[in-house]
Design a protein. Structure first.
Lengths: 260, 393
């Protein structure tokens, strides 16, 4: 594959790249939160047109994870989040976008530190500034900078790199104990339903791509009565739950110094 | 002292390289319920502290050495509670009281018997200075001013500490080694503005962590090194753990990372060790605290700037009561929450190690408990005092 940088080309042979690396980020979108503030951003992410079109999802949910919230008159009753790239609707949440960004970023790069004068690894922003295709990554997202920064660092260390097979974005953590019931007790983890494993997990790695959260009937309250320990607020928007969901890509890498 | 910071940040945040001022005192203050005059009271305190920094002791009318301490003012979650005259939008979203009695974090729990709100007040004063006298005098002068002028404030509690001059912590390892390089610290610290009144300020987390030194010292050196992720003597990061039967042998990176291709200088390698691929090493404290190895400007890196001070509360028959005043500054408290909440970071264990361990590996120890703690918004420098605009002054 001629356009692949040497680090990714060397990783095409799985035997060259076996060590696991996990690159993770929160599912709640960083860019819209930085621009509008957390509360307003969370409202925008759930925005619907009068005929139910998910405009907020399309415009703002851009961390390779998208959600929808089912509501009744009192507020949210059900939260569903997916990382299945084939199901994501935002134009930057695609498999092709992820691959293009990786191919652009996995090249060696060292910078001189302004204070010490010593060489150092670049930040995500600094990597993005050097990409051949400036549109392949966004500096103000949560996902892109951390992915490209890690790829550049691994390439600089001279390691073969590949995405773990099957390539996907997976749900690796849900901090369910940060959601509190009306009695101020942590929400039972059983109320979460993780599903859609990409393949049987023979290596023990979680590969869930779908998350559903609903308070069981008979509990006497709904999702809207849960409180987030992060903000002290009742659940109004999906972003308050998405910020507790961590998603990741799995990389496999080889030893340092292998790729010249 | 106050030159060691970004231009807008308050004094007491030491971003430039070098040693911390040796003495630390953290004072927690509450407003008297129902009394107005909050802005006036803070203005009076801040004015007096400014005079003291210039060397003027108000009551005695004498002069002392100027510049012996720095004072930093923070606003706690309680300050923003309904009924305090502030709009709901004024409260930073992640500025909340620490949960009590459960929590407050996934694997960092309150010590038994700790009263609610220990370490949390309407406002805090972080005092750092050249010696215990300098910071103690600033605290006592504050108390005297409140009493003499009947200001509607109470100094509810104080916590002291000191910077060690050997770069090590109570557990005998190098500490603060993996802190952010100076040129990038401001990226980790400075609040971009949500809410707008704190743009250019920061957020402070204060966690007074008791360390079970008796339990720690019962562990053999190789287990301690595996839990920390560094060689105890040299401070070099571990590269791998070798095994022989049920014994483990931690191996540090060589002083010069030969064969690693184009990598930064040795000092950089020491400060910011690479991932190793060894799951035992990756479960150590230094790796769990910085899983993504990202620069501070990278949102998902969850980087925070740490500025801790040790403490010793005395020694009794059960051993020393000691620990660390963990103080961190971050642009959003969300980042500390993520570090202490995510299972693969420090949410999964109290200090380091892994639960699904192999023979010879240490069980993740319950080493640290919380004796006090609170989150505070630290607005940028302002006149007549930081955050005055928030109070309509």
């Amino acid at each position: 594959v001629p356009e692949l940088p040497p680090a990714l080309a060397a990783g095409l042979d799985p035997a060259n790249a076996t060590e696991l690396r996990i690159v993770d980020w929160p599912a709640a979108p960083a860019r819209v939160r930085a621009r509008f503030g957390r509360r307003e951003a969370d409202r925008l992410c759930d925005e619907l047109t009068p005929d139910g079109e998910e405009t907020g999802r399309l415009a703002y949910q851009e961390e390779y994870a998208e959600w929808r919230v089912v509501r009744d008159a009192a507020g949210p009753v059900r939260f569903e989040l997916t990382t299945e790239l084939s199901e994501l609707r935002g134009e930057s949440n695609t498999l092709d976008a992820l691959r293009r960004m990786a191919a652009d970023a996995a090249v060696p790069l060292l910078l001189l530190d302004a204070d010490s004068g010593e060489p150092r690894f670049p930040s995500g922003s600094e990597v993005i500034a050097t990409l051949r295709d400036p549109g392949s990554a966004r500096d103000d997202r949560g996902s892109d900078p951390v992915i490209v920064e890690r790829l550049a660092r691994l390439a600089t260390e001279g390691r073969p790199i590949r995405f773990d097979d099957p390539l996907g974005v997976y749900i690796v953590d849900v901090q369910a104990s940060e959601l509190l019931t009306p009695e101020d007790e942590p929400m039972p983890r059983e109320w979460l339903r993780l599903s859609r494993e990409a393949s049987p997990s023979q290596d023990g790695l979680p590969r869930h791509q779908r998350l559903e959260l609903e308070v069981p009937a008979g509990a006497g309250f709904t999702l809207a009565q849960l409180r987030s320990a992060r903000t002290g607020r009742r659940i109004e928007y999906g972003g308050q739950i998405a910020e507790l969901v961590q998603v990741a890509v799995y990389l496999r890498v080889g030893r340092p110094g292998v790729v010249g | 002292l106050s030159a060691d910071r970004g231009e807008e940040l308050q004094a007491g945040i030491y971003l430039r390289p070098g040693k911390l001022p040796p003495a630390f005192l953290f004072a927690v203050l509450d407003f008297v319920p129902g009394c107005g005059r909050a802005a006036d009271a803070l203005g009076r305190v801040w004015e007096m502290l400014a005079e003291l920094r210039r060397g003027v002791v108000r009551e005695e009318g004498v002069t002392i050495d100027p510049g012996t301490f720095d004072a930093l003012l923070g606003y706690g979650a309680r300050f923003f509670e309904p009924g305090r005259g502030l709009s709901d939008a004024a409260r930073p979203e992640s500025l909340v009281p620490l949960e009590h009695p459960r929590g407050p974090f996934a694997s960092l729990r309150w010590a038994p018997g700790i009263a609610p709100r220990s370490g949390e007040g309407d406002v805090c004063l972080q005092l750092t200075g050249r010696d215990a006298h300098a910071v103690g005098r600033a605290a006592v002068e504050t108390w005297k001013l409140i009493a003499d002028e009947s200001l509607p404030l109470t100094v509810r509690e104080t916590y002291d500490g000191f910077a060690r001059d050997d770069g090590r912590s109570w557990i005998g390892f190098h500490d603060g080694v993996s802190n952010i390089r100076p040129s990038k610290r401001l990226d980790a610290v400075r609040c971009p503005g949500d809410p707008g009144w704190n743009r250019g300020g920061t957020y402070l987390a204060f966690l007074r962590c008791a360390v079970d030194l008796v339990a720690w010292r019962a562990l053999p050196r190789e287990q301690q090194e595996v839990l920390v992720g560094r060689d105890k003597l040299s401070g070099r990061a571990l590269e791998r753990v070798e095994r022989e039967g049920d014994r483990i042998f931690p191996r540090a990176f060589p002083p010069s990372p030969a064969g690693a291709g184009a990598v930064p200088a040795e000092s950089e390698f020491f400060l910011d060790p690479p991932e190793t691929g060894d799951p035992v090493v990756e479960a150590s404290h230094i790796h769990r605290a910085n899983q993504n190895r990202a620069e501070p400007s990278t949102h998902a890196g969850h980087r925070i700037f740490r500025q801790g001070y040790e403490y010793l509360d005395g020694i009794g028959p059960a051993g020393p009561a000691l620990g660390l005043n963990f103080v961190s500054f971050q642009r959003d408290l969300e980042h500390l929450r993520q570090i202490l909440g995510l299972a693969d970071w420090l949410g999964g264990v109290n200090f380091g190690g892994r639960h699904d361990r192999d023979p010879g590996e240490p069980e993740p120890p319950e080493l640290i408990t919380l004796r006090a703690g609170g989150f505070y918004a630290v607005p940028p420098e302002g006149s007549p005092f930081p955050g005055a605009g928030l109070l309509g002054d």
